[in-house]
Design a protein around this ligand. Structure first.
Ligand code: C2E
Ligand code: MG
Ligand code: MG
Ligand code: MG
Length: 280
């Protein structure tokens, strides 16, 4: 009896895994095609200095619109791209495209910078740094206008290698941000060994700021933590004036979120920037 039900369960799991694998394969095939046909594109979300209410730059975010006009969320396709290795060529394209976009935006507002998400696999490629140098060179931009966003998951490649690479990146004057801080398998000992310029507080903590629950206490602690480690602190996913006010009181340096601007295509971002200039 027990054996029979055990077998039944094993069957059930096998079927499930089969479905998940097929779905994954379908998604990967679609993504590969979208990349080949150049139907992936980038949107840009403004980042602002909180106290000065000044635009300092943008984060490039990848978008995939399928042939039937549906959007697939990066939360869904980035993991598939990572597992398959497709994130390496895609990430290279993202870097180059975002820097070309930045060259255009800097003609409009001097000093803007671009933040680009880098997946752990991409970061671990031996040619990564050379590609970054080349992309900056081709866009005619100084290293200081680029920020690479990494997450604590880069630790999978070994902290020795990560910290050596980060030192090389910093020596060039390229900035590094730790993304989604406080989520995933965060460890404060990693933070201590990652020489980063900026700490990004994850939206999960920011959204708690006007709720009054204990999660808000975490957001409050991250600001002085980042500062004590010599980093600027940027809050992600700011949606309400109350959250912005709380962040201002905490001394948070920078913000990004729907309250200020949604991720926009390049033309939209340029228009948005021009609009702000005329209002100022
Ligand atoms: P992330 O880097 O933490 O990006 C922030 C995410 O929060 C973006 O989601 C953005 O659209 C969203 N967001 C920003 N402000 C708000 C807000 O006020 N409210 C809400 N509800 N959401 C907000 P998105 O674009 O869906 O990207 C999800 C994740 O996918 C990114 O998280 C990043 O980890 C990854 N990703 C996106 N583009 C790339 C890329 O080019 N390369 C790599 N490796 N990963 C990427
Ligand atoms: Mg990011
Ligand atoms: Mg984030
Ligand atoms: Mg995220």
């Amino acid at each position: 009896q027990a054996k029979a039900s055990g077998l039944g369960r094993a069957h059930y799991y096998t079927a499930e895994v089969g479905i998940v694998t097929r779905e994954r394969t379908r998604l990967l095939h679609g993504l590969q095609q979208a990349f080949d046909r150049e139907s992936l594109f980038l949107v840009y979300q403004p980042q602002l200095a909180l106290a000065q209410d000044r635009v300092i730059g943008a984060e490039a975010l990848l978008r995939w619109r399928t042939d039937d006009g549906r959007f697939v969320s990066p939360a869904e396709f980035i993991p598939v791209a990572e597992q398959s290795g497709l994130i390496v060529p895609i990430g290279h394209w993202v870097l180059r495209t975002a820097l070309q976009a930045l060259a255009r935006l800097r003609a409009q507002q001097d000093g803007l910078r671009m933040a680009v998400n880098v997946s752990p696999l991409q970061f671990a490629q031996p040619q990564f740094l050379a590609q970054v140098d080349q992309a900056l060179h081709d866009a005619g931009l100084p290293p200081s206008c680029l920020e690479l966003e990494i997450t604590e998951s880069v630790a999978v490649m070994g902290m020795e290698r990560v910290s050596a690479l980060l030192h090389q990146i910093k020596a060039r004057g390229i900035a590094v941000a730790i993304d989604d801080f406080g989520t995933g398998f965060s460890s404060l000992s990693y933070l201590d060994r990652l020489p980063a310029d900026r700490l990004k507080i994850d939206r999960a903590f920011v959204s708690a700021l006007d709720s009054g629950d204990t999660t808000a206490r975490i957001a409050e602690m991250i600001v002085p933590l980042g500062h004590r480690l010599g980093m600027q602190v940027l809050a992600e996913g700011v949606e309400t004036p109350a959250q912005a006010q709380a962040l201002r009181q905490l001394g948070c340096d920078e913000v990004q979120g729907y309250l200020y601007g949604k991720p926009m295509p390049l033309d939209g971002f340029a228009d948005w920037l021009a609009q702000r200039e005329t209002l100022a």
